[in-house]
Design a protein around this ligand. Sequence first.
Ligand SMILES: [Zn+2]
Length: 438
Amino acid sequence: MQHPCYKILLCDILNPLSDTKSELVKGGAIALRRVKNNHFYKIESIGHAEKILQLYKLKRSVTIYNFQKYLAMPSFLDLHFHWVQDDVTLMPKDSLLSWLSKYTWPNEAKFKKKTYSKQKAKQFCNKLLQMGTLGGGCFASIHEHTVDHALEQFHGDFVVGNVLMTINSPDYLTQSSQNAVEIVRSKSKKYGKKYAITPRFAPTVDPHTMKETAKIAAKSGCFIQSHLCETQEEIEYVLSIYNKFKGFESINSYTEIYNACGLLGPKTIMAHGIYLNSSELKTLKKTNTAIAHCPTSNAPTKDLGLGSGLFDFKKIEKAGICWGLGSDIGGGPYLSMFDVMRSFVLQNKKIGTKVSCSKALYRATLKNAQILGLDKTCGNLSPNKHANIIMIESPHTSSSDTAESVLERVLLKNIKSRHNFSKLVKKTIYRGKCWEFD
Ligand SMILES: [Zn+2]
């Protein structure tokens, strides 16, 4: 039978539960159940193999898969990335603003051609599968079909938005306010909560467009995503532009610009937030706005980032603001969330702040699912969630191992080059369907 009622995966299991807790099951099993009249699978139970096998012994239509040399984890959610920037990840990154104008924008212009965009979406879809990323907050280009292509091609639960660019952008990537609002209206209607209104960042969007699209978000229930306080230079730039607009003359912070336009709220995700003052923190908390922290993108240029600075997660948590991890492809060099998790742990270690690998995993999976409103169906391996699972070769373990020691081995000890994280995932399972990689 092609689609058995039950699939039992025999494997080691690492399941994130919170910032401080992950469970490790050596010699475990995950039982998947086919959803009635459908070919997709949900997780029904997880535990020690013996117990699970006993439970399903008398059931009909059970297929057992021997994946005992693998360690299963939930698939990743990447809270912030630009799918149209895959080709500029390793371009010289002297500074955010020059990298954007020299490399990123000319590259995004190529996506105007629909055949090019569609072919790129197919390629990027395979890359996401290979990295084990099955959801997240995704920026497309200014061209509306780049949203359709991403949502048609990518396997997973992605929230996607076309970037809005009405001012201070090159001619070939500038749209009228009316055009921007029309696209937002039609896409939010078509995709609902799979769509995100995406002002690229305040310097490239006029206040009228920001306000009008915020009204559409409030009505349609879609998400909002943008960039905020990534570099000091960017903050000075945005204020110099906005202080000239009527009604914004006395505004003195980047966050206040978005707030005044009605763009902050529980369905808003702002990338970076490195340079936030105390009143901005209060505004983000008050509006329940989330932050996507992208450590590999913020890292020094020698580590292939944009050198934007270090995100103070402790300050953010103290302020009561939600945050999760993102790759920020192409500001970040690699799509693998393993690389992002490692960078988060190591950058903090360097300044004497101890961060557990379990926290990094939680912030790359379950926390991001919560922020995207997807935690009922994905984010970890709890029963009743969709069978979205990745498998890596199980690092040699002993009986004294803990989830943390196993993760440390995967993220920090066994890996010889960052590039190798891209080859770590051997199987990606989306709702029970499996893709295998060499
Ligand atoms: Zn970004």
